[in-house]
Design a binder for this molecule. Structure first.
Ligand code: ZN
Length: 525
């Protein structure tokens, strides 16, 4: 440590150096210290640049700063952003209805229909649907002066359980490039799958309208693109529609793998699948004032050392996907008080899967939106009436106003994230010794724009953040007289207008179990 490796020649000098260390204003390399004396130190301290703030001193390797009093602020103080409020008003149930109606006209959007020449020649099937989605994105782009890059991710899906022959598959997406070069590499993505199926997952001919599953999710992605492309955001947004979901998440897997291989910094994936607000006559169990948001606890991509850390920290409820879900809840509270998400703390429904999982498996935070109550007569079924029950995923069971509200939650979340600064970097909780205080350290938000760092915490048995406090201005380390054993901490960055980043739960700076047992402090949760 810097303070102990120097033989200081006077007590007053020692006090001064220690004060500078505490303020984080002293930069000296440990290796040169034993060779320099008092005079040399004074010279070094007077050189411009040497006395600048040193991030090294903000890491847990530095002595913990003295505890400061807890001064709480409201968790959600930011007033709604007028630009986001305006955008949400433009989201239209009529546009959503038009998109879903059009998607249903392709009759059967089974992914395998890309090999069905008869369907293709009739302008039906998944290939025609992909072309239409691409044209829609291009139309929106034209309306905003070419602001969207409209792209396809096309490949041949090899033979698999539900893919009997090699099958051409196309994902369609539009990129709204971030307006700030320092933040544009941060990406937030919304997706839905445009393929559909009926009772037979290999059938490409008979009606498979897929109005709810998942023309509704595709319509959310399209509507977010149409409306948000009229605005500028520092970070990048991607509006995606994939195929192959019903055959085994094939399109999403390919896209997520491509994103990982190319190093895309996707920080949040919003997957909308079955968000039609199914309306079955006589069903009193449906709720139109909420949408479920599913998020994984233990990340699908967690390595054994991650699992060890999560187990030791009690981090099972704080994956990045779950923080994304909490962010969605917070954002909906701010912008859509009459339509509140219901967070489901599990990866997906029983016996079902979805495209967010393909992203989770590649290490991306991602959640799934699904209507509150599904009617399984209206999913994955041939269109028919049997024993008085009407089967099939028909247009008439979709509530377009409901889908519009789901789109508003998505758009508000995407806009809030893309306007906010990046989360603080290298957030750590000091676990080097036994203490009833908690020391947190961090580095500035990459890309700038953070006006304030906020510390949030909640009791360890609570699902949602309960308390917030502003970190002292200019600081990147703080000690609070609150025991880390009893609560869960997180940090976020907030800009001058109150846009808040995603929360980051700190990683431990030291070992977190009792000596002699394996401990880990490697990658993120
Ligand atoms: Zn689906």
């Amino acid at each position: 440590m810097i303070a102990t490796s120097v033989v200081l020649e006077s007590n007053s000098f020692r006090r001064q150096v220690c004060a500078n260390i505490r303020k984080g204003t002293l930069t000296l390399h440990n290796s040169i210290l034993p060779t320099v004396g008092f005079a040399s130190l004074l010279v070094l301290l007077s050189i411009p640049g040497v006395t600048q703030r040193n991030p090294q001193l903000q890491t847990p390797q530095a002595p913990a700063p003295a505890p400061i009093p807890v001064k709480q602020v409201d968790l959600d103080t930011a007033t709604p952003d007028p630009q986001i409020v305006e955008a949400l008003k433009e989201i239209s149930g009529d546009h959503i209805r038009a998109a879903i109606e059009r998607l249903v006209t392709f009759k059967n959007r089974n992914t395998l229909s890309s090999n069905d020449q008869e369907m293709i020649s009739q302008g039906l099937g998944v290939t025609a649907a992909a072309k239409w989605i691409q044209e829609e994105f291009e139309r929106y782009s034209h309306a905003c002066g070419g602001c969207l890059q409209v792209k396809t991710d096309s490949f041949t899906q090899p033979v698999a359980a539900r893919v009997p022959t090699p099958t051409p598959l196309t994902n369609v997406y539009a990129v709204l490039q971030g307006s700030d070069p320092d933040n544009a590499k941060r990406i937030y993505l919304v997706t839905g799958h445009y393929d559909s199926r009926n009772s037979d997952t290999l059938n490409t001919k008979d009606a498979a309208p897929g109005a709810n599953d998942d023309a509704s999710g595709t319509a959310v992605s399209l509507e977010c693109a149409r409306v948000l492309s009229k605005y500028k955001f520092p970070a990048t947004l991607i509006f995606l529609s994939v195929a192959g979901e019903e055959q085994g998440l094939d399109g999403a897997k390919h896209f997520a793998e491509m994103a990982r291989q190319q190093g895309w910094e996707i920080q949040g994936v919003l997957n909308n699948d079955i968000v039609g607000g199914n309306t079955t006559p006589g069903d009193s169990g449906q709720r139109k004032d909420t949408v479920r948001v599913f998020s994984e606890g233990i990340p699908a991509s967690a390595k054994p050392e991650d699992i060890t850390r999560i187990r030791n920290l009690g981090g099972e409820n704080d994956s990045r996907s779950r923080e994304l879900a909490r962010y969605i809840r917070k954002t909906a509270k701010q912008y859509l008080p009459q339509f509140q998400p219901t967070l489901i703390f599990r990866r997906d429904r029983f016996l079902r899967g979805g495209d967010h999982t393909a992203f989770n498996e590649e290490g991306f935070a991602g959640v799934r939106f699904t209507e509150y109550r599904e009617d399984f007569h209206h999913q994955h079924q041939n269109v028919r009436i049997e024993n008085g029950i009407e089967y099939g995923d028909l247009l008439k069971f979709v509530d377009f106003g409901y889908v519009a509200n789901v789109a508003r939650v998505n758009a508000a979340t995407l806009a809030s994230l893309a306007l906010a600064p990046a989360p603080p970097a290298n957030v750590r909780i000091d676990t080097r010794g036994l203490t009833n205080d908690t020391t947190l350290t961090w580095e500035a938000s990459p890309g700038g724009g953070a006006r304030q760092y906020q510390i949030l915490w909640r009791d360890a048995d609570q699902p949602y953040w309960q308390h917030a406090m502003n970190a002292p201005a200019g600081s990147t380390a703080v000690t609070l007289p609150i025991s880390k054993d009893n609560v869960i901490f997180a940090l976020r960055a907030v800009d001058a207008k109150g846009h808040a980043s995603l929360l980051v739960v700190p990683r431990p700076s030291g070992r977190i179990d009792v000596p002699g047992r394996a401990a880990a402090a490697s990658s993120g949760m």
